[in-house]
Write a protein that binds this ligand. Sequence first.
Ligand SMILES: NC(=O)c1ccc[n+]([C@@H]2O[C@H](COP(=O)([O-])OP(=O)(O)OC[C@H]3O[C@@H](n4cnc5c(N)ncnc54)[C@H](OP(=O)(O)O)[C@@H]3O)[C@@H](O)[C@H]2O)c1
Length: 338
Amino acid sequence: MHSMNRQWKLKRYPDGMPTPDDWEMVESAIPRPGREEILVKALYLDISPYMRGKINPTRAYYGSGVEPGDTMIGGAIGEVMESNSDRIRAGQLVVSDFNFGWQDYSVFDPDSVRIVNPDLAPVETWLDALGVNGVTAYLGLFEAASMQPGDTVVVSAAAGSVGQITGQLARIAGGCPVAVTSSAEKLEWCREIGFDRGVDYQNTDNLAEALKIACPGGIDVYFDNTAGAILDAVLQNLAVGARITLCGTTSLASKFGQPDIGDRYWRQIITARARLQGFLVLDYPQHRYNEAQQRLGQWVREGRIQHRFDVVDGFDKAPEALIRVLSSKNLGKQLVAL
Ligand SMILES: NC(=O)c1ccc[n+]([C@@H]2O[C@H](COP(=O)([O-])OP(=O)(O)OC[C@H]3O[C@@H](n4cnc5c(N)ncnc54)[C@H](OP(=O)(O)O)[C@@H]3O)[C@@H](O)[C@H]2O)c1
């Protein structure tokens, strides 16, 4: 147990792709839990692409951001070290989806964390299929994209956390999932977990043509984790009545805040009578989270949802781990083990 609380603070807003020098590590006293509070020590820090949007000065969208001098935002799984509440005891494992921060210790009201059941699945799963990303895949696919049995479902960043879950949900729901990702190794993992076909967008001269071959009947659903060139290529291959869930913009990490300009075949939206749906999982009420997590939990228990985790060892590696997800280095859910 460290005698101090290590914290990663944002030093300055990144210019383009973040670099480790955009943060600095400091130490402070371990916080003390007050009445009805718990002290939690992190075991795994969540590392997710949304963090890029949180360290940008022009964040004209959702939630509060991280300003220079602030501790970096982020979720974590941790162990309760001290409890002043009779609702939770020391030694239990809990997860905070967003509010742990990049630090060793954090203090919580027990109502603001979820209790981890390590008998159900590896504990890391609570930051993947049994966490916000599982709910994102579930609601983004079934609600925002109204996926139906028989749909051809293209998923970008298919070997990442949201992507790997989305593909497996599409398979469970009777669809034909098609992966778009950046390497043969990642495509192999996607095939193992039930994607029918895949396209390696980094090793394809003509992505629109490759998608046409992979989806001869057109794309019914596109679950967009990346935006950019992959979205442009998908727009050229829409089936009539296509539905697109705009979930993330990871391909824009190095040009955050700048216009997203590409080969925009906008007329295809009209001719396909397609629907583009901007999606934010935070918009949904608690009962939809409960529904999603109950069903995801059942599929995880039954072994119908598998996961890969990409775990970087060491608190000092947190900035590098974020740069990994923003530059296609991760395979599966990116975490930092402390
Ligand atoms: N809207 C919401 O409510 C919500 C909620 C949760 C997550 N999200 C979004 O969902 C997406 C996936 O999140 P995640 O946590 O599961 O991350 P992830 O997919 O595990 O990691 C990010 C992936 O993005 C891809 N990528 C990186 N740079 C790229 C580039 N230049 N062009 C194309 N692809 C690139 C990489 O996959 P490849 O190897 O395939 O390139 C990388 O593995 C993110 O955009 C995230 O912000 C949205």
